[in-house]
Write a new protein. Structure first.
Length: 255
């Protein structure tokens, strides 16, 4: 299967063998003998939004049978891990296009922003300056700082207002009156928004770690290690850190 599949995806033979092993390992943890949604959820850290996990599963389950087979797993990861910037953005667009109509509604974009921000809450040091739009203020909005933290529930109303404002700004930016963002608009929005870029890069890195995939470049490898070292320094007794294989990690730590 590997030779045939390598002609249709962006992985080489060695990477395909690794992916088949990873898929088999995930499947071995399933009580049903298949990679179903509940099994896939177990490989992500606690606190991942259920909506995001549902959408990740849906984009992999191409034939809608409720399971992810080896081919679906490999084909789904191909643009996600090895694709160009354009292909990766198309992948994320499909994830959040829940009704598969080829557009992101304001509701879908809000679900995307809310989910990704809650993923950012898993990193207590995630902070980004951004421009938000308050009601009646147009595109100019109010510049401020949003901080994702483990205590986000303490101010859920303010959080939801800020997410709604960010979504409103995205549609105002492109003068989209019907509140349905096309793929092209989505690509332009991400390219013009440092916040959106940071969100998507963060969730991509987290997913790669959870799936146990090798970084696609030396720079990405170094970024992951630097981030893990920063996290390790801030840890205290009782904290949990999700990391790559000990052999890979130790080879970096001693260098």
């Amino acid at each position: 299967m590997s030779t045939m599949l390598s002609n249709s995806v962006l992985f080489d033979e060695k990477e395909l063998a690794d992916l088949e092993r990873i898929h088999a390992d995930i499947k071995s943890k399933s009580s049903t003998g298949h990679v179903d949604k509940s099994t896939l959820m177990k490989i992500f850290p606690p606190g991942m939004p259920e909506f995001l996990l549902d959408r990740i599963f849906a984009i992999f389950d191409d034939n809608l049978d409720g399971f992810i087979d080896s081919k679906e797993f490999t084909c789904g990861l191909s643009p996600f891990c090895k694709g160009s910037e354009e292909e990766k953005l198309s992948f994320w667009f499909k994830i959040f296009d829940a009704d598969r109509d080829g557009k992101l509604s304001d509701t879908e974009l809000l679900a995307m922003m809310t989910s990704l921000w809650k993923v950012a809450a898993l990193k207590s040091d995630f902070e980004e300056d951004c421009v938000v739009v308050e009601e009646g203020e147009g595109v100019a909005g109010e510049e401020g700082t949003l901080r994702a933290s483990a205590h986000m529930d303490e101010d859920e109303e303010r959080f939801q207002l800020k997410m709604t404002a960010l979504v409103k700004q995205a549609f105002l930016q492109f003068d989209i009156e019907d509140k349905h963002m096309t793929l092209e608009h989505f690509k332009m929005w991400v390219s013009s928004s440092q916040l959106a870029k940071q969100f998507l890069e963060m969730i991509t890195r987290m997913s790669n770690i959870c799936f146990g995939l090798r970084p696609v470049s030396g720079k990405e490898e170094k970024d992951i290690v630097d981030e893990l070292l920063e996290t390790e320094e801030a840890m205290k007794a009782g904290d949990t850190m999700y990391v790559l294989s000990a052999r890979w990690w130790n080879s970096w730590k001693v260098s």
